[in-house]
Ligand binder design. Structure first.
Ligand code: SF4
Length: 325
């Protein structure tokens, strides 16, 4: 690992003094990246003791400090009761020890687990822009089928971010100049396009301070993750779904997908096709086929094009009481 300086951000401290460094939360991804020399910051700024570790009720909305651990967030009574899809997603990720260290802000900002990104002997546009993409014609079973580009087919690895996207969570940040902004979780990450090295829309030195969960999320919620083993595995495909059932009609339908794109994917076409309709298995499948119309496989991951709708249909059946129909 390349030597680096270490400093600590104090509560309310001006960010302009530390903007040249890299923020350190739980370090569960960043330290690995530094060991592999994929990231080589000269300065780490520890943000874990900067007063961003509370979960507060603000007029019914829940504001989660960016340094709340994944364990504490998953176990919080309001999260378990009102945002259960988030608790389920968090508990499906990593291991208990990692969840104890990993933070809410860091979970959003973890980087892809594409194996070629971590192998410095291989071509990877995300690690080294312009070098090529060995995943394109390589082992790409875990890679993207939606929104990818000719430059990168990596997927975002977070479970938490998929649930946050489905819940319409809002990310609060503070920029180096002190300006604060709020970014919908669905807009935090980017598609790869021509610049796959950029994972998200944050500026240099911009700090995630909190995440806000809306006061009245849909009541029926579930997270389902298809993976190669039952723990400590990233999603092959996952779905975070929330909806209400009112007078037999589906309302406020929200579907987040993981393991299919460079960012948590909001299935807005499927949502629109389901909104206001009576639950029906054929309709569920038609809605998802519409969503997957532009999906592209790259060989090893072709199966995701049929697996993804099946996962969503299965969750919708359970949530709407259609069970084994
Ligand atoms: Fe790199 Fe993206 Fe290609 Fe993986 S898919 S090798 S991260 S450019």
């Amino acid at each position: 690992m390349k030597p680096f300086d270490y400093s600590r951000l104090e509560s309310g401290q001006d960010l302009s003094a530390v903007a040249a460094g890299r923020y350190l939360g739980g370090g569960t991804n960043l330290i690995d990246l530094m060991k592999h020399q994929i990231e080589t910051p000269d300065l780490l700024i520890d943000v874990t003791r900067a007063g961003m570790d509370a979960i507060e009720d603000r007029d019914g909305a829940l504001v989660v400090g960016s340094q709340v651990s994944n364990t504490d967030l998953a176990a919080h009574p309001v999260i378990r009761e009102r945002y259960s899809v988030l608790s389920e997603a968090l508990l499906s990720g990593a291991t208990q020890q990692l969840r104890n260290k990993a933070t809410t802000g860091g979970n959003f900002l973890q980087r892809t687990r594409c194996q070629y990104f971590y192998d410095t002997t291989r071509a990877c546009n995300k690690r080294e822009p312009g070098s090529g993409c060995d995943a394109m014609n390589g082992l790409n079973r875990f890679h993207a089928i939606l929104g990818e580009s000719e430059h990168c087919i990596a997927v975002h690895p977070s479970d938490m971010a998929v649930a946050m996207t489905a819940l319409d969570a809002v990310v609060h940040t503070r920029k180096v100049d002190g300006f604060k902004r709020q970014i919908p979780a669905a807009d935090l990450h980017r598609l790869p396009g021509e610049r796959p090295e950029l994972d998200h829309v944050l500026e240099q030195g911009e700090l995630i301070t909190a995440v806000e969960l809306p006061a009245s999320p849909p009541k029926l919620q579930a997270y389902r993750k298809v993976r190669d083993r039952s723990s400590y595995a990233f999603a092959v495909v996952s779905a975070a779904i929330a909806l209400d059932l009112e007078d037999g009609k589906m309302r406020n339908v929200r579907i987040g997908l993981g393991g299919v794109a460079h960012k948590p994917w909001r299935a807005s076409k499927a949502e629109a096709a389901l909104e206001g309709k009576s639950p029906d298995v054929t309709l569920f499948m038609q809605a998802m086929q519409q969503e997957m119309k532009d999906a592209t496989g790259h060989g090893h991951n072709d199966f995701k094009i049929t697996l993804t709708p099946r996962v969503v249909v299965s969750v919708l059946k359970d949530l709407t009481g259609l069970g084994e129909n």
